[in-house]
Design a protein. Structure first.
Length: 101
């Protein structure tokens, strides 16, 4: 199951704006040794976390790095296959509490 949330906002002109989804771009996270990864900054950070062996990512909307959480949620199925647990939390305290188990 993949949970993708879009926040709908309105610009000053009243036009609807949506957060960007990274569903297509997360496929590049599967690249392995000897393959060249190309992606925008937040995808490169995600790839680096995977290569570093991160197994848990917790965060909440509104956090300074919530854009990273958006990518992680879009890649949740891939990350689960790699043994990475992604947890969307309601605030900083609940994200930190998940570290303790």
């Amino acid at each position: 199951m993949v949970a993708v949330a879009y926040v709908i906002a309105f610009s000053e002109t009243g036009a609807r704006l949506m957060e960007r989804s990274f569903k297509k771009e997360v496929e590049a996270l599967k690249l392995g040794d000897g393959e060249t990864f190309r992606g925008e900054g937040i995808l490169a950070v995600t790839k680096a976390l995977l290569q570093a062996g991160v197994s848990y990512v917790g965060g909440y909307q509104g956090a300074p790095v919530s854009h990273l959480l958006d990518v992680m949620v879009d890649a949740e199925d891939l990350l689960a296959d790699l043994g990475v647990h992604v947890e969307t939390c309601t605030n900083e305290a609940s994200a930190a509490a998940m570290l303790g188990g």
